[in-house]
Design a binder for this molecule. Structure first.
Ligand SMILES: [Zn+2]
Ligand SMILES: [Zn+2]
Length: 382
């Protein structure tokens, strides 16, 4: 019986040499009119199509597609199917698969939601060609801000809010687009004091870190107070900028000790009506902070030295790859050399008598051998 069956397939195999037969199953490739077709066939009553199962591989599909019996003429044999493969393929390529239809329906819902969110006076709304990314930008009164979502999952892929808060977690709680966008806009409103406190510092101080350009995502600034002395300002809770504020002075120990006293005395007289920049000017009893080189303020007395670009005495460069500039000074008033935090940390690591205690590292100046201590963890954060 088996022999006669395989004998029946002989003519078929002769005509379609790319097909392999095993029992009543056949699979392989055929070439018809210069086009290739891949198929899988189960044909227990060869060549009759009774109880047969036909699957065709369609272009750009991963899986084989089952050919429905109603698409085969009742008087066809498997030979007729083979002759009609081009028409069958055409037919199945035109009809969308049920899965594709579902995606269409989902997309339609999101599209109507997107259309409802069209509000050019409030923000700019962009959708990419593949309809997989939706971007809100240029929010009214908050032009630098943006929010980008992946569709249809509504996963946040980019945003402009400060890095120190897990915004994705907060925003992902909203499962519909308009609620999510509304909440984002509420945040922008709530964060106004946070951003306003940085405005004057960015415009009227010599901010050396984060590496310019500073973005809306940064919640800290390191700027020049005087020669070899820097202020590091961190607003760790963007919703409560003043109560979460920390002001750190970085420079030679002697200068830092004196300035720290001035600062702690001044903090008790903080004027809530003024921003951080003006309060700090008042505390340090100065009219302005040193401005960046080339800003036209250099002629002012005492400012030239403060903003002069002093290279690092370990690597002899000014700016490192990430933009870091030298900010750690030697404590010896006769030495006054300055180093990149990263370079000095590396130097401390080579010292046999160098050590770390809690977050403070101890070592010596590479030139005058004066003992130095510094907290690299705080200085190296960018
Ligand atoms: Zn260096
Ligand atoms: Zn030194």
């Amino acid at each position: 019986m088996a022999e006669s069956e395989s004998g029946e397939w002989d003519e078929f195999l002769l005509r379609y040499p790319g097909i392999i037969v095993s029992g009543c199953n056949a699979r392989g490739t055929v070439k018809l009119k210069d086009k290739w077709y891949r198929l899988k066939v189960t044909c227990p009553h060869f060549p009759k199509l009774q109880d047969a199962r036909l699957e065709l591989h369609l272009p750009q599909q991963i899986k084989f597609t089952k050919i429905k019996n109603e698409d085969l003429a009742t008087d066809w044999t498997l030979f007729d199917v083979m002759e009609n493969l081009p028409q069958l393929q055409e037919k199945y390529c035109d009809a969308p698969s049920p899965k594709a239809k579902n995606i269409e329906i989902n997309k339609c819902n999101i599209y109507s939601e997107i259309a409802a969110l069209y509000a050019p006076q409030d923000y700019q709304l962009e959708l990419n060609d593949a309809c997989t990314l939706l971007r809100f930008s240029k929010f009214a009164e908050h032009h630098q801000h943006y929010l980008q979502l992946e569709l249809p999952a509504l996963r946040i892929t980019e945003h402009s809010l400060p890095d120190c808060v897990p915004w994705e977690e907060h925003l992902q709680k909203y499962d519909n687009l308009s609620a999510m966008v509304q909440q984002f806009r509420n945040y922008l409103q709530d964060l106004q004091p946070f951003y306003e406190n940085f405005t004057d510092i960015d415009e009227l101080c010599y901010v050396v870190q984060p590496t310019p350009p500073v973005s809306t995502k940064h919640n800290w600034r390191l700027f020049v107070l005087r020669e070899r002395v820097f202020i590091k300002l961190v607003l760790s809770d963007p919703f409560a900028p003043i109560s979460s504020m920390s002001v750190q002075i970085i420079g030679p120990t002697q200068a830092v000790e004196e300035l720290r006293r001035t600062l702690s005395n001044g903090l008790s007289e903080w004027d809530a009506e003024l921003d951080i920049h003006k309060n700090l000017l008042r505390i340090f009893d100065i009219c302005y902070f040193p401005m960046p080189p080339g800003s036209g303020w250099l002629e002012a007395e005492g400012v030239v030295n403060a903003t002069e670009q002093k290279f690092c005495n370990i690597c002899y460069s000014y700016q490192l790859e990430q933009g870091e500039i030298p900010i750690v000074s030697c404590d010896n008033p006769q030495c006054t050399l300055i180093y990149h935090a990263a370079c000095l940390k590396e130097w401390f690591n080579t010292l046999t008598n160098g050590k770390d205690f809690l977050s403070v590292s101890f070592g010596t100046c590479p030139f005058c051998k004066t003992k130095l201590s510094t907290s690299f963890a705080e200085l190296l954060v960018n």
